[in-house]
Design a protein around this ligand. Structure first.
Ligand code: MN
Length: 337
């Protein structure tokens, strides 16, 4: 399980309350065998953060946000968390007159740099994962997509400690292909964590049960994670329908895991399917003649490439059997293969 600091310790708890809750929670974890691989800070619910936390225009709010996060990091580490997520729920604006977008990023960078130093100074074994979202609850949030986060991470003092926590719903809200965002993060060595759920494009943040809305997107995501050997948590950041009772919430949690595991089997079936694999072999065919000169620049390769003649009409006329490939995938997902 995972928590925001205030999911465990109320924001106005006394030190005595805190210690009592920590003791009880540790006992509960022991009794149930649950672990806490990830923790995070709530920097969005309290009205103090109404105009941002790390990027607030008010230096007292920025300082309070840093202090709250240091305390929450201590708490997470105390429960064994090795990943610390940052989702800046109020880090944005509705009024662009209120702050210069470049200064907002400088403030955010300063805060993350401060906190990585805090982690190193304390000898914590902790990595940060930054989570992007395009809007809601602000009109516009800074660093709205996983791609934007990846570019930002490269500018941080301890970028080796910092990766991303892409969330399916957030990327779909921005109208983007989630699997592509995850692939970019993976390829950059930055897929430290993932938030799985579901989301219709163009809607408010829905946080639906994994695979409940767009099974095909969910399938390609699971297929990717399993193919590349992603070893992090399969973390579901989702909510049951508000119509559910307590048993219904368990149905929801079970459903998230069940769908993931079914899609994992479907991905395996995709790899075993002779017709699909034959089609893929045809689509990816490469006689190696040209890749040897396009793979890496050299003056010889450039000259050799300039001498090549290409049959443009034949290239345009070639068969690209994606309709068949996609229908075979649909047949497989529908359970008729
Ligand atoms: Mn999330």
């Amino acid at each position: 399980m995972n928590f925001h600091d205030n999911d465990v310790i109320p924001i106005d708890a006394t030190p005595n309350d805190r210690d009592k809750i920590v003791r009880e929670f540790k006992t509960a974890l022991k009794e149930t065998g649950l672990t806490v691989p990830m923790a995070t800070t709530n920097l969005f619910s309290d009205p103090a953060f109404k105009d941002g936390a790390f990027t607030s225009n008010n230096p007292r709010v920025r300082a309070y946000a840093l202090q709250k996060t240091m305390n929450a990091i201590d708490l997470g580490v105390e429960f064994g968390a090795s990943i610390y997520v940052f989702w800046g729920g109020r880090e944005g604006t509705e009024v662009d007159a209120s702050q210069n977008g470049a200064d907002s990023l400088k403030r955010f960078r300063e805060a993350i740099n401060f906190l990585t130093e805090y982690v190193l100074d304390n000898g914590y074994d902790l990595k940060f994962a930054l989570e992007a979202k395009p809007n809601e609850p602000r009109g516009d949030l800074f660093l709205p997509t996983t791609g934007a986060m990846l570019a930002f991470i490269a500018t941080l003092d301890h970028s080796e400690m910092i990766g991303v926590n892409p969330e399916l719903a957030h990327e779909h809200m921005a109208g983007l292909n989630f699997t592509h965002a995850v692939a970019q993060a993976w390829e950059a060595g930055k897929l430290f964590h993932i938030d799985l759920n579901d989301q219709a494009f163009g809607r408010y943040d829905q946080d639906l049960r994994f695979g409940s809305y767009n099974l095909k997107s969910a399938f390609f995501l699971v297929k990717f994670l399993e193919e590349v050997g992603y070893e992090g948590s399969r973390h579901f950041d989702a909510h049951a329908y508000r119509t559910e009772d307590y048993e219904g919430v368990k149905d929801f949690a079970r459903g998230c895991m069940r769908t993931y595991l079914i899609l994992k089997e479907k991905a395996e079936q995709f790899h075993q399917d002779k017709e699909i694999q034959a089609l893929l072999a045809e689509i990816h065919a490469d006689d190696g003649k040209l890749t040897s000169i396009t793979g890496k620049y050299s003056p010889q390769n450039a000259a050799s490439l300039k001498r090549q003649s290409f049959d443009r009409a034949a290239l345009g006329a070639r068969s690209v059997p994606y309709e068949r490939l996609d229908q075979l995938t649909v047949d497989l997902l529908l359970g008729v293969r």
